[in-house]
Design a protein around this ligand. Structure first.
Ligand SMILES: Cc1ncc(COP(=O)(O)O)c(C=O)c1O
Length: 471
């Protein structure tokens, strides 16, 4: 018995079988009302339009509406059409109440690391880029092609990353992803399929990345972090097949991987066949120190370089890229094809326009200035109000680590964060980012200065230093 489906209103499917259209339409509508899919008060399409959707005679629909109205499921009023009756009993009693949508209530001030000031998202410039992208999109943008990502964007990124981060690549080695977590997940699956079992992480980092690697079935180990970045010499003892590093600005401690260790980790990768996964999450934001280029430049065949728009534009875009060693491209392409297939073509073409028009550079330069000023205000506030609180990680990125002095030793960093929350400020302790188990950290706070709206930044600092200043 062939079945026909009509999409109805916003999201209702009616299954109609032929022959017996009248009976099956009546049954389908009655069931939809009974089980609450058609809620009391919802207007039904006119008999003419439903008849045309279903390819049945208009009279058939009119008769079904009349029958269901007679049974009390529908009400028909001249001039205002047919609607589901206001008081119908559904099969499980009345349809469940859907509470009105309410935005999650957050603390008024937020100094957690991780998110840029999304209020500064360049809506106008993005809209222009989106309009140009949609206007100029080639027909194949609306099809199934290009698993790795739109070729236009991969070209633009190859040029941009070479110019700004000294990444050495060609477009055919770039894959577009929905964020760093997605890039890493695809890589881990590809590595696992090639027989890898273990991946090393820095002892402090972002748990989401560790979780992604574990989800793909890899064992995770850690290497320590000190003032020169990750202790890459420890890799030899781990037997890791890969290591994830944040060389430009260790997350969250803020140190840059020293030149000596950059060479050493490239040597480890060559000697063992290991893969370095370089997470360059905030590489565009450097302030006082010499630009630190990508580690990828030292060993393009042993480094998978991961970049993202999550700090430079907004995490909500879910737009990121991985620059792969040539021998990993096909494996990652297969993983992407078997999971998400490809990425949103319009978003990719928008980013392409945004980069090519110079809007991306302008936005990054403007943001860098704003964040640098914020960083300076944070340092100034510390100098005035709590000069005995040392910082690390100030020359780059969107956060610093503040080591708590002994006079605050009565508190763990978690307790201090709870105290801050009770005054309306969200902030995280270093322990939140501890990946290696069982370390005894000196209590420290990871203070992000990217997130607050401009008007909220000073009040947030006020609360922070109200807690940290000597009494
Ligand atoms: C260390 C690190 N890498 C990468 C990212 C960005 O991840 P995504 O691109 O998935 O938003 C973050 C976000 O906070 C991060 O902390």
């Amino acid at each position: 018995m062939p079945e026909e489906w009509a999409t109805f209103g916003t999201d209702l499917h009616l299954s109609i079988s032929r022959p017996g259209v009248r009976v099956s339409l009546e049954r389908a509508l009655r069931t939809a009302v009974q089980d609450g899919r058609l809620r009391p008060g919802v207007r039904l399409p006119s008999s003419r339009s439903l008849a045309s959707d279903l390819n049945v005679a208009r009279n058939t629909v009119a008769e079904v509406y009349a029958q269901l109205a007679a049974e009390g499921w529908l009400t028909a009023r001249r001039g205002s059409g047919t609607a589901v009756s206001a008081q119908v009993a559904t099969s499980d009693g009345p349809a469940p109440e859907i509470p009105p949508y309410e935005q999650e209530s957050l603390l008024p001030y937020d100094l957690r690391p991780g998110t840029p000031n999304v209020l500064a998202f360049p809506r106008g410039a993005w809209l222009s880029a989106a309009r140009a992208a949609l206007t100029n999109a080639p027909p194949d943008a609306f099809g199934y092609d290009h698993i790795l990502g739109r070729p236009e964007l991969r070209h633009a990124l190859a040029e941009y990353l070479g110019r700004v981060r000294a990444v050495r690549t060609t477009p055919d080695r770039i894959v577009i992803a929905a964020g760093t977590v997605h890039s890493l997940s695809m890589l881990c699956t590809a590595l696992k399929r090639r027989g890898a079992s273990t991946i090393a992480f820095e002892a402090y980092g972002w748990h989401a990345l560790v979780a992604a690697a574990r989800m793909q079935g890899l064992r995770t180990v850690t290497i320590n972090v000190d003032g020169a970045g990750a202790r890459v010499d420890e890799l030899y003892a781990t037997n890791a097949d890969a290591v994830l590093l944040t060389p430009a600005h260790q997350f969250p401690t803020g140190y840059a991987l020293s030149a000596e260790r950059r060479r050493a980790v490239a040597q480890w990768a060559r000697a063992t066949g290991g893969l370095i996964i370089e997470d360059d999450y905030d590489g565009e934001f450097r302030y006082d120190r010499q630009p630190v280029g990508a580690l990828q430049e030292l060993a393009p065949d042993r480094v998978a370089y991961l970049g993202t728009t999550s700090k430079s534009l907004a995490p909500g875009l879910r737009l990121a890229w991985a620059v792969l060693p040539a021998d990993l491209v096909e494996s990652v392409r297969k993983v992407k094809k078997a999971t998400v297939w490809s990425s949103d073509a319009v978003q990719q073409l928008t980013l392409n326009e945004f980069i090519r028009s110079g809007a991306y550079d302008r936005h990054v330069r403007r943001s860098r200035l704003v964040y640098r000023r914020r960083r300076d205000r944070l340092v100034l506030a510390r100098d005035h109000r709590a000069p005995d609180v040392p910082f690390t990680g100030t020359p780059a990125g969107l956060h610093v680590v503040m080591t708590l002095p002994d006079r605050l030793a009565a508190h763990t960093d978690d307790e201090l964060c709870d105290l801050a929350a009770s005054r309306g400020l969200a902030v995280h302790g270093l322990t939140t980012y501890r990946i290696a188990a069982g370390r005894d950290d000196h209590p420290s706070l990871v203070v992000g200065y990217g997130t607050p709206a401009d008007h909220a930044f000073e009040p947030a600092l006020d609360i922070l230093f109200g807690l940290l200043a000597p009494r």
